[in-house]
Ligand binder design. Structure first.
Ligand SMILES: Cc1ncc(COP(=O)(O)O)c(C=O)c1O
Length: 400
């Protein structure tokens, strides 16, 4: 297993000590990071620090601490993806980031947006809602329910395509797309590659420059351990000045504190995509999360989660569960979908046993992270075996 990842650095973090950073693990087995990452001690302390500053300083906390914390979070995220800090903006959600992007685009000649059936539906919702602005959204289907064929995608991208908008990791199947190959397809026609990286940043290494990504959106909720309310936007340096978002506000303005209504000039860097006052609590929580990931190292996390995923898949197949996952482990992120029509009932029964996973239509989704261990894997599989025995409807051959 490890030699598949030979190029990656392994400093062997103290995984046992790291588990202690997440007090929930004393009470529950948690295999649901792809919905919500667990609360760390560091995150709680950081959030309390924000409250203390509010209490002690009132509005002057903005100037003495909070603005600096935003800069520091942007720097931390830039380190994570190997970008420049100027290429990073803080937004409240992926949807807010998408709004900033599409409000900047002229869709008159490039009127098409290509996305896929396996992407999180926010992409399709967002772009199909732009139909009144002339946007045509093309949703490329999946043949196997796990992956999307790159040739099928390539056929849809042409000189009228504004964006190829897709994920690095699909949220139900854990498939890791070949982003450099998608970038090559886009470059042929001058199409921008926008990546929804919510299910990848933190768990699968990324060197943004080498990837060819033009715009990346990710957030704190899941693998970046920062909770809701904070998302991250990368826009490639060379593109920033060509974007003039109409979804804007005073945080995007170069001279934010001039309070002049008669002049308006965007910040030169990616902060031009920010709009209004951010959730500062989420900025503190977000930085606690991203800094922890940077300290552990995404390469180390990938090695760890790949090992856990391998154990999980072997045990599940060993017990004849039907899985909807990539065939190649190297292209499998830490999301494993077990097929069953009874996913909600199964999730509920696991919850009663103190095991937290989640359901998506047609399946139970398990997503181990670095704070899980082999006992969590053994426990969830053994519980699933017991639940299935008592539930004849568990197995189904037809996919929903
Ligand atoms: C891949 C992916 N994109 C986007 C979202 C949600 O985006 P938003 O921040 O707009 O709620 C999720 C899940 O919450 C997701 O899994």
């Amino acid at each position: 297993m490890l030699n598949r990842l030979e190029g990656l650095q392994l400093i062997d973090p103290d995984w046992v000590a790291l588990r202690k950073e997440f007090p929930s693990l004393e009470k529950i087995s948690y295999l649901n990071t792809c919905s919500l990452g667990l609360l760390s001690n560091r995150c709680r302390v950081a959030t309390e620090r924000y409250l203390d500053l509010w209490l002690e300083l009132g509005a002057s906390a903005w100037y003495s601490h909070w603005m600096d914390e935003m800069i520091s979070l942007r720097a931390e995220f830039a380190t994570l993806i190997s970008s420049e800090i100027e290429e990073i903006a803080l937004v409240s959600s992926i949807s807010a980031g998408l709004t900033a992007v599409s409000s900047s685009l002229d869709f008159s000649n490039r009127y098409k947006v290509v996305t896929t059936e396996l992407d999180f539906p926010t992409l399709a919702y967002h772009f199909s809602a732009l139909q009144p602005r002339g946007v045509e959204t093309i949703i490329v289907p999946s043949d196997d329910g796990v992956t999307v064929d790159i040739e099928r995608l390539a056929k849809q991208v042409d000189e009228h395509t504004a964006l190829l908008a897709t994920s690095r990791v699909f949220f139900t199947t854990g498939w890791i797309q070949d982003i450099p190959a998608l970038s090559k397809i886009c470059k042929k026609t001058g199409t921008l590659l926008l990546v929804d990286d919510y299910q990848a940043t933190g768990q699968v290494p990324l060197d943004i420059r080498k990837s060819g990504i033009d715009i990346l959106l990710s957030g704190g909720l899941k693998w970046l351990l920062g909770g809701p309310g904070i998302s991250y936007m990368y826009v490639r340096n060379e593109l920033i000045s060509s974007f003039q978002p109409t979804a804007t506000g005073w945080f995007a303005q170069r001279d934010q504190f001039s309070f002049r209504v008669d002049s308006r000039e965007y910040k030169e860097d990616a902060r031009r995509f920010e709009a209004g006052t951010p959730s500062v609590a989420s900025v503190y929580a977000g930085k606690a999360g991203v800094s922890l990931i940077n300290e552990i190292g995404v390469e180390n996390i990938r090695i760890r989660t790949l090992n856990l995923t391998k154990q999980l898949v072997e045990k599940l197949y060993g017990n004849n569960f039907s899985l909807r996952i990539p065939l190649d482990l190297d292209r499998h992120a830490s999301i494993t979908m077990i097929e069953t029509r009874e996913s909600r009932r199964v999730v509920e029964q696991l919850r009663e046993e103190g095991i937290i996973v989640d359901s998506r239509p047609g399946g139970v989704r398990l997503s181990p992270y670095f704070y899980n261990d082999e006992h969590d894997i053994a426990r969830v599989v053994s519980s699933l075996v017991g639940i299935r025995e008592a539930m004849p409807e568990f197995d189904n051959s037809k996919r929903l």
